[in-house]
Design a protein around this ligand. Structure first.
Ligand code: AHN
Ligand code: ZN
Length: 322
């Protein structure tokens, strides 16, 4: 257990047992332990299904797996939002955004999201013959979902004070890599969701946290530019929580580049401030993981320590909300 009241080094956090905080206002807030092996197994389960490209059997099977997992971890409601969207190249994609809602009575809510689809192409692969084949998407897709499933498992056991909506969005990665085309070609599932939000009454989340590519080896997370623009206070809070949980070695409190990712559409069209925890947008390199959109984006290149750093920071953040 990690106790929420004080900064701790990674070593002490790993070995600590549950205990109450010393001071009154910090009461007995206890953060459950993020199990990196469990998160890794959730990543592997997705990758083992094969590429999750909209319209394929593996995609369908993964949708069923994700809804089943959310149910198993005690979500109070599960919404499967089915739609057909049209990709930049005219492909008609059967998509499903999957949302598990925990603690339905709570009006204060936080949205946690990740894309679950995988890219049908590997345009960055070194081998030209492999570029028209779908990527395994271990990091780009499965990693964010794996961390969120491990968070769901914890929420089901130790209820946070607020409500949590875990959203797996589809068809993020069907965008064009041709710079002449509009960036609207990305995040099609989220673009559908923001126009058809399944909320009633005053139950909109106060803010959102997107996880994208959170499992790479030696991954670093900088302050993504649109996140800072639309939700600076949330970025501040999350990067401070990284420091408090001993994860400043990965969460670098410096500006990164900007990415047109799911959070952009949530922030601009749903009116929900949303940040993106995304690997290595150091402005000096502007680079993602070298496995990005290649066939090397496989389970061998997933580091449980990266999943753990991100999972700890997000868990700490939601259990400290009131
Ligand atoms: C753009 O390249 C404009 N967006 C990429 C977002 C992304 C792709 N995240 C994962 N794969
Ligand atoms: Zn991608």
């Amino acid at each position: 257990m990690i106790v929420a009241c004080s900064a701790r080094t990674k070593e002490s956090a790993d070995t600590m047992t549950a205990s109450k905080c010393a001071t009154k206002e910090q009461s007995d807030m206890v953060i459950p332990p993020f199990n990196a092996d469990s998160a890794f197994s959730f990543v592997k389960a997705q990758v083992d299904l094969g590429a999750r490209v909209p319209g394929t059997e593996s995609h369908q099977r993964c949708a069923e797996y994700l809804a089943r997992e959310l149910r198993r971890h005690g979500a109070d409601s599960i919404i499967n939002q089915h739609a057909i969207v049209t990709a930049f190249n005219g492909d008609r994609l059967p998509i499903v955004n999957i949302m598990g809602r925990f603690n339905l009575d709570a009006n204060r809510r936080v949205l946690l999201l990740a894309h679950w689809d995988t890219r049908p192409w590997a345009e960055c692969d070194l081998n030209p013959a492999m570029r028209d084949k779908p990527i395994p998407g271990a990091n780009d897709g499965a990693s964010g979902v794996g961390v969120l499933l491990e968070i769901a498992r914890n929420i089901g056991k130790y209820h946070p004070a607020i409500g949590i909506d875990i959203l797996f969005v589809d068809a993020e990665d069907y965008g064009t890599s041709d710079g002449d085309h509009s960036t609207d070609s990305w995040a099609l599932g989220t673009q559908y969701w923001v126009k058809n939000m399944p909320y009633t009454g005053g139950q909109y989340p106060s803010y959102g946290i997107l996880l994208d590519m959170v499992g790479g080896k030696n991954a670093l997370f900088h302050r993504e530019q649109f996140s800072d623009y639309f939700a600076k206070n949330i970025v501040d809070k999350v990067w401070q929580n990284a420091a408090k949980t001993g994860n400043s070695n990965r969460f670098i409190n410096q500006p990164g580049g900007g990415v047109t990712d799911d959070h952009f559409f949530i922030a601009t069209q749903a009116g929900i401030p949303c940040i993106d925890i995304i690997e290595n947008l150091n402005p000096s390199t502007q680079s993602f993981n070298p496995t990005w959109h290649t066939h090397a984006d496989n389970i061998d290149n997933i580091d449980p320590a990266t999943l753990k750093a991100v999972g700890e920071v997000v868990l700490f953040t939601i259990y400290n909300e009131k």
